[in-house]
Design a protein around this ligand. Sequence first.
Ligand code: C5P
Length: 326
Amino acid sequence: MKRCVLTAPAKINLYLEIIGDRPDGFHELAMVMQSVALADRIEIVSRTSMAQFTQRIQIRCNHPDVPTDESNLAHQAASLLLDRFPDHLAQLGLIEITIDKQLPIAAGLAGGSSNAAAVLVGLDLLAGLGLTQPELCDLAAEIGSDVPFCVMGGTAIATGRGEQVTSIPSPLGLWVLLGKYRHFGISTPWAYKTFRQQFSDRYISDTVGLKQRRDRVHSGSMVEAISHSDRAAIGQLLYNDLERVALPVHPPVAALRQAMAAGTDGQGADVLGAMMSGSGPTVFALLETEDQAVNLRDRVQATLDDPDLDLWVTQCSPTGITVIDA
Ligand code: C5P
């Protein structure tokens, strides 16, 4: 038996701009992604036995709404490695993956993508594949657009469909308040499809224009603010195109964003900025200290007074997937 335990952290988008369409049906994006400390825990156990397995991969999860079949991205990650490295993975036998789900699902926090990234990293270790980070990222891109970032973690610029990831130094000392209504999710395909219906007339289609936009995020003000750990500027420069489709049709998400932006005194005190993450519906606020984040959590809870609202205080993290036991 071999065993490995990893953390699979959530991400937030500090910047998400949709710049055009792609021939593969996806969107061309310019993003700045950030890992946070809040994480799922992934345990991978491999068992060899003489018995023939009907299924080489088994997924268990403590969350009843997480699928345990091939649609689970963690399952897809294990299948991909079995397919590409059959000889190395033969020695592992049955692969049991247990997901201790702490992150909300369908939330815009890349929880499923992060689980898949943890499985790639964990199986690489258990099977002794010795894959480099670029090799892991290439495999990750076959599973989903956010999976390469989840492999790298920390802070990164992501372009293309999100899979072209360039790490940058992480901003120091940013606390994060996350909020999500427990029984409400947003489908990522719905968000992008709706954006295309409403705003595709503004898409850039020429390759020179697309390159200029991609380059602009690399040298843009958000990246500069991050490089100086200018926390006030980071808060002011938060941007997410998908808010334009999600907020008008989901008033509770807009109300949550407003409550976070109102800060600890209702006038914006302490909060550096508030925004929806990814395709939502999770909303986050950035703050300078843990005390401020706790105070804002209490105020948002009291203002909205909704038993369906979950809130988490966490921190921007300079690391992604971490092996905690092997
Ligand atoms: O890559 P991933 O499976 O996470 O994408 C989920 C869905 O989000 C895609 O099927 C597509 O509808 C949309 N998407 C997009 N453009 C991107 C990333 C995602 O249109 N760059």
